[in-house]
Design a protein. Structure first.
Lengths: 227, 227
DNA sequence: CAGTGGTCTAGACCACGAT
DNA sequence: TCGTGGTCTAGACCACTGG
């Protein structure tokens, strides 16, 4: 048995025992180093693998913590973030980072001269777990800034702009947080995540908005029902 | 700019330039160490993040390589692995590792005294990208071993056992390969993956089989159409 | 202020792959 | 046999957190 595996298994055991529970802080890297008569490099090897497993996560220079329960998400059905979180016992929050207007870009797929760019961070139980970029037509959604943007954009589009989203297409892959996103979620730049590129269409099959979401990989679990 | 980020960006650039293309071998860790007047620890920091991004992967003691194109997969629709791979220009293979009979276990969800346990590894262009465990009732699928098990199990169930799968439920999460799976895919134990737990039901809503798949995270991309 | 994680140096030995 | 990645030691300095 390799040393880093022993350390990993030791922490697995702490978790199984419930010696440490969701949200708790793990022993410090230097404490583990001493306990296993090893070095910090080796201790971190074990911790990083536990993070990749989704069992623990680090807060910059604060320590390592046990991952709370994951949000169960159904990507094929339109659901309101707050509703979903509430059903599963989480306190949900949305923070609007910025709303800007920028020139359209070639691969946006949206037929418009310029685009709104909305950046938001969403939290579960005060833990920032998702960052998203939303792009949409400035003309179609004129004065978007006059609405409260920390709720459901789908609702605003439906009630304020008579735009009903009736089809969406998501491409989901596993990667790491881009550096600018990592900063906003207060994570390290190598943190694994699920990247979701979602395009939503109206009844005329025109692209309504373009959404790029980055979810912490240990904060979400997808459920897909087929056939 | 941190040193490991410089190394990472340098390799990003090689990829963008097409100086190295899908399947190519990267410079060795020691070559990069020398080029950047650094140490292997720091070089590996950069390489491991590129691996987490899904851009490169390592083969044990052979070197680091550029990740080929990902298989696009629609989890909500029943599709044959070979068909899907062929449509996207891959050569697909399935290797049966083992077929055993074991006592039923409490959380299998299958109503049966004993279960078949089928273990398979699937490859794209000769690269092992997925390991799966399939569990099903030994009585319902008597003499399963008499059929060729490297193709579609769904087809065998339909044509040989008059069992049509008409509903399925998948839970998808991001984690790392368990050690025993890592060995079968010839990967290191910390390799990130998508874990898919799939339950499939017949027209009577009875559980037909229980399937646990581990996909290399850089070999697959999910596409979900909604509403 | 002390303690923490983040980054980095300068080496080492090993098992395994390619040849 | 030699080069590769996998693992490990024994330190170091820094930025930031928390009391």
């Amino acid at each position: 048995m390799l040393l880093f595996q022993e350390i990993r298994n030791y922490i697995h055991q702490l978790l199984a025992d419930q010696s440490i529970a969701a949200g708790d802080k793990l022993p410090s890297e230097r404490a583990l180093q001493e306990q296993f008569s090893s070095t910090r490099i080796t201790v971190r090897e074990a911790l990083l693998r536990l993070e990749a497993e989704g069992l623990i996560y680090s807060q910059k220079r604060r320590g390592w913590f046990v991952t709370p329960a994951k949000l169960k998400w159904h990507p094929a059905t339109k659901v309101n973030f707050y509703e979903l979180a509430k059903q599963q016992g989480f306190k949900a929050d949305t923070l609007v980072i910025d709303l800007t207007i920028k020139a359209n870009f070639s691969d946006s797929g949206i037929n418009a001269p310029s685009l709104y760019h909305l950046q938001r961070v969403r939290s579960l139980d005060n833990r920032a777990v998702m960052y998203e970029d939303i792009y949409c037509d400035t003309q179609r959604f004129e004065q978007l800034e006059s609405h409260s943007l920390n709720g459901s954009i789908t609702d605003i589009m439906a009630t304020q702009y008579n735009t009903v989203v009736c089809k969406e297409n998501s491409v989901i892959s596993v990667t790491v947080l881009p550096d600018h996103v990592a900063i906003k979620l207060e994570k390290n730049s190598g943190t694994p995540c699920l990247k979701i590129i979602r395009k939503r269409y109206d009844e005329c099959h025109a692209l309504v908005d373009n959404n790029i979401e980055y979810w912490l990989h240990n904060a979400i679990e997808m459920i897909v029902d087929g056939q």
